[in-house]
Design a protein around this ligand. Structure first.
Ligand SMILES: Nc1nc2c(c(=O)[nH]1)N[C@H]1C(S)=C(S)[C@@H](COP(=O)(O)O)O[C@H]1N2
Ligand SMILES: [Mo]
Length: 424
């Protein structure tokens, strides 16, 4: 949408100054900018990138994003943990679109740093209550029938800092312990069938080869359902920080169960009561009791744009964008309010709507410059509706860390600045 305007003297002068131009014919027309109506010299001036040869195909054997995208990165919160080896960083959700998280931007959570494993020397052992204990090499696993599936992984501690009120200013920090990639791997049930699970087996222990040797108990029922033993993400080998060369994929269940650098699966008849399922990853309730084994990640959503790190820049036409997901199925509907819950509208879902995957939604709206109180609320295929934080606190109290799927509120001010708030 451009309209003719007066010739821009600046671009005309530069043109007459002698630059050899590809689009020379445009130079005198002074085309106007679609929104402001002002002439825009960038469309008529010849830029360096049009004037000189670009880099050759030999310069980037493995590609990286444009140098102008350096701000798009994982970030940590320095005061959150004592050391970077047992810590977490966050996915920059406000910089992403669609449903796939680029591998290099997937948040990382590790308890003992990134194990540096040579795949030729990696083994996966299955033992315990089985007819035939087995050891697999990576090559063995890659000769077995494999599947491709897109799933979200959410750490149970995602939004954990928000239990006592709005705290961190940015969806990267409040909701960025989630990523969504395509995994390639062998169904765990295939491996278990090969080993022959004994009839009294009920639980598995999954153990990592990292320095923390992190382990978790997994019900056999889930293992026989949809668990994958994955060696690839987004079409290439797992990244070191995501468990290279092998990780467990436990669709819809809390991230802690998705053991990385997976080396051992023991079959047993009861849970092991490992550190990560007793002292950690249990939910302290309002009445002082603890809830064990909260495996499922319930339906949740967040508006990623606008948000504190991505304020509104201009009145008029705008796109509100966000993500919704559920560990119990697909996303059926997302409701969005711009006025703190007085009026709700159905968001426009676009792109694939997959089981236990992030789902992208939009609201195309006009901003007149008034204050906004933005919230989103997801409904999943079981009919479950994402709760308010107050509803959650009634059951869970405020001493919880994990499984906070409450509705997030962003306050957009008249100048577009956006803040993490709670409304009563
Ligand atoms: N071996 C091992 N597996 C692990 C962990 C770990 O520290 N060691 N961290 C767990 C936790 S708490 C989470 S949330 C996920 C994070 O996966 P990511 O780093 O791919 O985001 O991995 C899980 N698997
Ligand atoms: Mo986690």
């Amino acid at each position: 949408m451009t309209s003719p305007a007066k010739p821009d003297p600046l671009s005309r002068r530069r043109f007459l100054g002698g630059a050899a131009i590809a689009g020379a014919g445009l130079a005198g027309t002074g085309l106007a900018h679609a929104e402001t109506g002002k002439p825009d010299p960038l469309i008529t001036e010849v830029q360096d990138w049009s004037r000189y040869l670009g880099e050759g195909v030999d310069k980037r054997p493995y590609g990286t994003p444009s140098r102008f995208e350096k701000h798009v990165m994982r970030r940590d919160v320095s005061w959150l943990t004592a050391s970077p080896e047992s810590s977490v960083n966050f996915t920059p959700l406000h910089e992403l679109d669609g449903i796939i998280t680029p591998s290099g931007l997937c948040f990382e959570r590790h308890h003992g740093g990134i194990a540096d494993i040579e795949p030729a020397n990696h083994r996966l052992m299955i033992h315990g209550l089985v007819d035939k204990p087995l050891v697999f090499t990576m090559e063995d696993l890659k000769r077995m029938p494999r599947q491709n599936r897109i799933y979200f992984l959410e750490c149970a501690a995602n939004s954990g800092m928000e239990w006592r009120g709005a705290q961190l200013n940015g969806c990267q920090f409040t909701h960025g312990m989630v990523h969504n990639v395509m995994y390639t791997g062998v169904p765990l049930k295939t491996l278990l069938a090969e080993a022959g699970v004994k009839t009294n087996a009920k639980w598995l222990l999954l153990e990592g080869a990292d320095s923390s040797g992190m382990n978790r108990s997994l019900p056999l029922e889930k293992a026989l359902d949809d668990v994958l033993i994955a060696f690839a993400m987004n079409g290439e080998a797992l990244r070191p920080e995501q468990g290279y060369p092998l990780r467990a994929v436990i669709p819809g269940w809390e991230g802690n169960l998705w053991v990385k650098w997976l080396r051992r699966i023991e079959v047993g008849d009861q849970p092991w009561q490992a550190r990560e399922e007793t002292s950690k990853y249990t939910d302290l309730l309002a009445d002082g009791r603890s809830r064990r084994f909260t495996f499922f990640m319930d339906a949740k959503s967040v508006v990623t744009n606008p948000s504190p790190q991505a304020p509104l820049k201009q009145k008029g036409r705008n796109v509100l964008s966000g993500l919704a997901w559920s560990g119990r199925g697909t996303i059926k509907r997302v409701d969005v309010t711009l006025d703190g819950g007085k009026n709700w509208q159905h968001a426009r879902i676009d792109g694939p709507v997959l089981d236990k995957s992030l789902t992208r939604f939009y609201v195309d709206f006009d901003w007149t410059g008034q204050d906004l109180l933005i919230q989103s609320r997801a409904m999943d295929s079981t009919g479950y509706l994402q709760p308010t934080k107050e509803e959650l606190r009634k059951i869970r109290g405020t001493n919880s860390i994990y499984h906070n799927n409450g509705i997030q509120t962003w306050h957009v001010k008249a100048n577009g600045e956006t803040e993490n708030v709670e409304i009563g």
